[in-house]
Design a protein around this ligand. Structure first.
Ligand SMILES: [Zn+2]
Length: 85
C-alpha cells in the first residue's frame, strides 16, 4: 500500500491514477480537495478528458480513486449531488 496519508483513517486519498481512455497512459495526479478537476489533458497523447455522464470530475471517470467528496460520501455511485453542483 502506498498510502499518502498513513495514519488518519478518515482522511481521503488525495492521489489518483488517471488512465487515458484514448492512449491508455497512466499518470498519478494529486486531487484538489476544494474543487473538482473537470478537464484533464493527457500528458502522453494530449487528449482532453472530460468526465463521463453522471460523473463529477475526471478522477471519478478515469482515476483509480474517486474524488475526495465522493470518497467522503461512501464511494462511487453512493452520492448523486454531493459533489461540485
Ligand atoms: Zn492519452
Amino acid at each position: 500500500m502506498a498510502d499518502p496519508v498513513p495514519s488518519a483513517m478518515s482522511e481521503p486519498v488525495l492521489t489518483s491514477e488517471i488512465t487515458c481512455p484514448r492512449c491508455g497512459a497512466h499518470r498519478t495526479e494529486t486531487m484538489p480537495t476544494d474543487a473538482c478537476l473537470y478537464f484533464y489533458e493527457c500528458t502522453a497523447c494530449g487528449a482532453m478528458l472530460k468526465p463521463k455522464k453522471g460523473d463529477c470530475c475526471v478522477f471519478c471517470s478515469y482515476g483509480s480513486v474517486p474524488c475526495p467528496p465522493i470518497q467522503a460520501a461512501g464511494g462511487r455511485g453512493a452520492a448523486d449531488d454531493t459533489c461540485c453542483r
